[in-house]
Design a protein around this ligand. Structure first.
Ligand code: URA
Length: 426
């Protein structure tokens, strides 16, 4: 590969010109190999953040990130494969019921997931609150679990999209996460590496999401759908509301417990609406004619979840960890609860110990927020709206401060916004 100078590449993007295919390949390969300084890579990411990327640049950028590692071959499974990925939200535990539901419908779901960062929760942290559950499977173990159970939820190993691991860590500390081309290439390089034939993206929109408005979420969804299809993966996206937390819990073990409620047929209606809509998209893309609701009603999806937990070393019968301390947050007046800000609840859960500030920080399994009331319900002054769970008394004040402006109570009931906002297909 011809040699380039990092400063020339940075200047090209800084001045608003498109990077050449060679410049992109050189940058990603050099940085992934550890041969470029973080400050130069950061400068280019910031230039991309402001200048964006052309469709051609993004295609080459994503393909190079994908090619930085291996792409799993799932053909030995002999079954249709499909996965979903969410752009991240608060209380978004959908992956936990969804993977076993679609597995019970006959799909294989190779779900490579991430950890929570900042105010958003992460599927791996949630599952690790189940005693014994192992998220670090190598490719052979993952394929073995998929063959036996039909779904596996684990971390992407070091050989899958290593460029994203380095770039994401750098973006996280340089204020360059919220960029449509950088998010799209990050998510798609990982999802293409897992070898799925079909992919459904849950692009969250609202205060608790990376994309605050529908236009940006639509652009992100369309970009990812285009990238997926260009790599031969049938891809669709749903834009879903993230102005309020999904379900009644935000926190690791609390969300596992609520996911079990979903699989037992009494999950909150908003979690089930999103879960079933995504399951239908996955089944549709994979060409499997099955009813996801029936797999819950029959108990088959719950059995799959238990099988997956056991196959990954966990004990599905062990009690989930609980935090030792509780505090409630009360309604300041009588009326209708019309809003509960997702970002504020996510920050409260994070400060209670459910999230981490840096990737290497530990999380508390039991900490988090339980929404005793959700928008659309009537409340009385002094009535508990939220229950805060933590391992230490000292964290409550900071969590309660995050909730200062989180609640909107009015004299009239406001109409609930639609949960599923839009469907994007190729
Ligand atoms: N999730 C990812 O995997 N990457 C991003 O850039 C944002 C969310």
């Amino acid at each position: 590969m011809p040699d380039h100078h990092a400063v020339d590449v940075i200047r090209t993007k800084r001045d608003g010109d498109a990077l050449s295919d060679e410049q992109i390949r050189w940058f990603i390969d050099t940085y992934t190999a550890g041969d470029m300084a973080d400050e130069q890579a950061s400068a280019l990411l910031m230039a991309i953040f402001w200048r964006g990327m052309t469709a051609r640049e993004l295609t080459i950028w994503t393909a190079t990130m994908l090619a930085s590692g291996r792409r799993l071959d799932l053909s030995s499974l002999g079954r249709p494969t499909a996965d979903k990925h969410s752009t991240g939200g608060v209380g978004d535990k959908v992956s936990l019921p969804l993977a076993p539901i679609v597995a019970a419908c006959g799909l294989c779901d190779p779900m490579l997931s991430g950890r929570g960062l900042g105010h958003t929760g992460g599927t791996l942290d949630k599952l690790e609150s189940i005693p014994g559950y192992r998220v670090a499977l190598d490719a052979a173990e993952m394929i073995d679990v998929l063959a036996k159970v039909g779904c596996a939820i684990c971390a992407a190993g070091p050989d899958l999209a290593p460029a994203d691991k380095k770039l994401y860590a750098l973006r996280d500390v340089t204020g360059t996460v919220e960029s449509i081309p950088l998010i799209a290439s990050s998510i798609m390089s990982k999802k293409l590496a897992e070898g799925t034939e079909a992919l459904v993206l849950d692009v969250k929109v609202g205060s608790g999401a990376f994309m605050r408005d529908v236009d940006s979420a639509r652009e992100l969804a369309e970009t990812m759908v285009r990238l997926g299809e260009a790599h031969g993966v049938k891809t669709a996206a749903l834009l879903t509301n993230m102005d309020m937390p999904l379900g009644r819990t935000a926190g690791n073990a609390l969300e596992v417990s609520e996911s079990l409620d979903c699989l037992r047929g009494h999950g909150p209606h908003d979690v089930m609406e999103v879960t079933y809509a995504l399951a239908e998209e996955m089944l549709n893309l994979a060409g499997v004619d099955a009813d996801p609701r029936a797999s819950v009603e029959s108990g088959a999806a719950l059995v799959k979840f238990h099988e997956m937990v056991r196959a990954q070393g966990g004990d599905p019968d062990a009690p989930l960890p609980e935090a030792s301390e509780r505090r409630t947050f009360e309604a300041s007046q009588d009326g209708w609860l019309n809003g509960l800000d997702a970002r504020a609840v996510g920050i409260a859960a994070w400060r209670l110990g459910a999230g981490r500030a840096r990737k290497e920080d530990p999380v508390s399994a039991g900490a988090g927020v339980v929404c005793l009331k959700k928008p659309g319900e009537q409340v009385s002054q002094g009535e508990p709206l939220l229950e805060l769970h933590a391992d230490h008394e000292r964290v409550f004040d900071a969590a309660l401060a995050a909730l200062d402006d989180a609640v909107d109570i009015g004299p009239d009931r406001a109409e609930a916004p639609p949960l599923i906002i839009e469907r994007i297909t190729a």
